[in-house]
Design a protein around this ligand. Sequence first.
Ligand SMILES: Nc1ncnc2c1ncn2[C@@H]1O[C@H](COP(=O)(O)OP(=O)(O)O)[C@@H](O)[C@H]1O
Ligand SMILES: [Mg+2]
Length: 260
Amino acid sequence: MFATLLHEIPLQGGDVTDGVVRVGDTVRRPARSSTPAVHALLRHLEAAGFRGAPRVLGFDALGREVLTYLPGATGVSPVSVSDGALADLARLLRGFHDAGEGFPLARGGWDGGSNDDAPPEVIGHCDLTPANVVFADGVPYAMIDFDQARPTTRVFDVVTTLRHWAPIADPVDRHPLLRGVDVGERLRLFCDAYGLRPRERRRLLEVARLRFHRSYEVMKARAAGGGSWATLWDGGAGERIRRASAWLDAHEDRLRAHLV
Ligand SMILES: Nc1ncnc2c1ncn2[C@@H]1O[C@H](COP(=O)(O)OP(=O)(O)O)[C@@H](O)[C@H]1O
Ligand SMILES: [Mg+2]
């Protein structure tokens, strides 16, 4: 037991899950109610030949899920905010959605519903923050942390990604490296690289607004239960959503001009 603990390297960067550790070439994470659904998805992706997600190795003696460790860097960096990285990320998301085709959308067990009112068409990652994308040699090549995955629409998952990466955020809440970027231009770049259809591009800002509203309510409800959600909320998560929503309202016309 002592020897095992010595080899556990805590992994930081995520906000939510306590106890994520690296052991050799594997990652151990506490299992949750959605873990069986996530494992079924990861196995489907592996069988489809998608290489941008960890592989499932099973469970360890402590009941934690065991996934492959994906080498590289996560988080915001000069390279991760480049236009080239944004386009690569869009292609990674597209590859993920396409590889998920054929996975039964009716399978339950996820940690929440679609959040979009249109019928689900893919399994979305739904939490593609900078901490959940792995870069190697400046290229975003994998996504991790599928805790929020669920059936949804392509445009909803595009919006959740752009929320962090365009970003759709008030400049005061952005990482300094993303404060001066042209968000409208980055929305267009991402949608072009993804190959988002015109009908979905027209819905994008409306879906962003819907998402702000729903994530505010969901986070508030989760924060009431205490734990890491309460810490996030007390750290101003709700206020940041409100500011982002107001920023979107103020810039909507200009942003829309880039999309359609
Ligand atoms: N399979 C993996 N390969 C490489 N790094 C990982 C892997 N899983 C997690 N990490 C690292 O650990 C951090 C936190 O893990 P994550 O699964 O995102 O948990 P959280 O729920 O806390 O966000 C990530 O930001 C990443 O840096
Ligand atoms: Mg994470």
